[in-house]
Design a protein around this ligand. Structure first.
Ligand SMILES: Cc1ncc(COP(=O)(O)O)c(C=O)c1O
Length: 495
């Protein structure tokens, strides 16, 4: 989607140094060129531009897999030209997706009889999975209300304010009111007691997160289940639970097998998980599993027959690649329970190394929990002189991509930085990151505080202008870029 500004809007052409061996003319940036160019030139031009993207392995902002084994890369490349939806033409690929659905359903303790097949589907990611799960809840609720002769035009869903944006999208796209339980300082997940208080007869489900995006913490699904069972008994309602296990779905079964969060709890009717996060597959795969057939209204399933035999589909998109499904199957059989456990334990240990290193600096409060998604979320103990955005910005110079963000309501005054520990983030990298953060802190200590800079800027024309937080941040960033650049020149490009 092109709603954002591009890096250099004034420059309407794309130039390339190496490609001048093949082409001399620059290419229009936003219009299709009139003429063809040699394939080598096209490759070189694009390759050169892409060099300016960050290094995915150092992108610590993302949960999404950035490394896979070469054998799996090969399988993916070999199936890059297979459209997943052509199920009749690629029946083996369809079979592999069905095996994945069943393996994941068993992993989540779906109550299946010995020969019963699981109900679920592969999606592009957890977002699509959540749209489908949400639609199933909405339709089921509407059907019940119609059957009871009650109004069915004001559905709502209860979540914590910490939900990922895909829940807000679901609510807006599919016209469901989102009732969010507010957070508070020091408590960054949905409080089950408050969530259940917010449930009313129009609530289609309560969504709990197994691994909050903001700090990796697992929400207490067991407590939510117990409280909701009680409320359902008192009211006669039948409010169900969805678990958004985008990250935690491939962590909890291996690191915390005793934790009760999945289909073992009677009110959990559907669960989503991102195959491309701790499922260990490159971007483009998610899964949604339903407890049983009765939880997915039949009228949402479409049947097509023009590609061959009758094919049931329940997805938002029609065509999509097969590679990710095949890669997911590879990971499930290649690693098995043992392999996933090893990977997750290793991630957890590396998260602890990073956490301890950060604690040793004495400068940070740790906002994540040891029990949860292997990530470390932290904020500065004192961010009056310099804040987390500034630390994140300066870390870029060491090629680290670490996000800084403010928490949602009612904890928006708290800013955190977050490092996601993936399989390819080693202990050595964790130790290196601590060293680089320490360097950044020392450098920041020698810089003037953002308040002093802002005051200096305000005083320039003699008047004091009240600036927004964003304006102040921008000013500080500009000031620093200049400061760092000046230092670079002085120190003969040492930093
Ligand atoms: C808790 C949670 N739910 C849903 C999503 C969306 O997942 P996806 O990127 O697979 O669509 C994310 C992504 O980070 C997440 O953390």
């Amino acid at each position: 989607m092109v709603l954002s500004k591009t890096a250099s809007e004034s420059d309407v052409s794309i130039h390339s140094t190496f490609a001048s061996r093949y082409v001399r003319n620059s290419l229009p940036r936003f219009k299709m060129p009139e003429n063809s160019i040699p394939k080598e030139a096209a490759y070189q031009i694009i390759n050169d531009e892409l060099m300016l993207d960050g290094n995915p392995r150092l992108n610590l902002a993302s949960f999404v897999t950035t490394w896979m084994e070469p054998e799996c890369d090969k399988l993916m490349m070999d199936s890059i030209n297979k459209n997943y939806v052509d199920m009749d033409e690629y029946p083996v690929t369809t079979e592999l997706q069905n095996r994945c659905v069943n393996m994941i359903a068993h992993l989540f303790n779906a109550p299946l009889e010995e020969s019963e097949v699981a109900v679920g589907v592969g999606t592009v990611g957890s977002s699509e999975a959540i749209m489908l799960a949400g639609l199933a809840f909405k339709r089921k609720w509407q059907n019940n209300r119609k059957a009871q002769g009650k109004p069915y035009d004001k559905p709502n869903i209860v979540t914590g304010a910490n939900v990922q944006v895909c829940w807000e999208k679901f609510a807006r796209y599919f016209e469901v009111e989102l009732k969010e339980v507010k957070l508070s300082e020091g408590y960054y997940v949905m409080d089950p007691v408050k969530a259940v208080e917010m449930v009313d007869e129009n609530t289609i489900c309560v969504a709990a997160i197994l691994g909050s995006t903001l700090n990796g913490e697992f929400e207490d699904v067991k407590l939510l289940n117990d409280l909701l069972l009680e409320k359902n008994k008192q009211t006669g309602w039948d409010t169900p639970i969805h678990v958004d296990a985008a990250s935690g779905g491939f962590i909890a079964p291996f690191l915390y097998p005793e934790l009760e969060w999945d289909f073992k709890l009677p009110l959990v009717k559907s669960i989503n998980v991102s195959g491309h996060k701790y499922g260990l597959v490159y971007a483009g795969i998610g899964w949604v599993i339903w407890r049983g057939k009765e939880d997915l209204p039949e009228e949402l399933i479409f049947h097509i027959n023009y590609l061959g035999a009758d094919q049931p589909t329940f997805t938002l998109n029609f065509s999509k690649g097969s590679s990710q499904v095949i890669a997911q199957y590879y990971q499930l059989i290649r690693l098995g329970m043992e392999g996933y456990r090893n990977v997750m334990e290793n991630c957890h240990e590396n998260a602890m190394v990073l956490k301890q290193g950060l604690e040793k600096t004495g400068r940070f409060n740790i906002v994540s929990k040891d029990h949860g998604v292997p990530l470390v979320a932290f904020s500065l103990k004192d961010n009056k002189r310099h804040n987390e955005f500034e630390v994140a910005e300066m870390l870029r110079r060491f090629s680290w991509i670490v996000p800084a963000y403010t928490m949602p309501a009612d904890a928006q005054h708290v800013t955190v930085m977050r490092v996601v520990i993936r399989e390819d983030f080693s202990r050595t990298l964790a130790e290196r990151l601590v060293l680089d953060i320490t360097k950044v802190l020392h450098e920041l200590d020698s810089l003037p505080s953002k308040l002093a800079v802002a005051a200096q800027q305000n005083g320039k024309n003699g008047t004091v202008v009240k600036k927004t937080e964003m304006e102040t941040q921008r000013e500080v960033a500009t000031y620093w870029k200049k400061f760092v650049l000046d230092r670079k020149t002085i120190k003969n490009k040492i930093c």
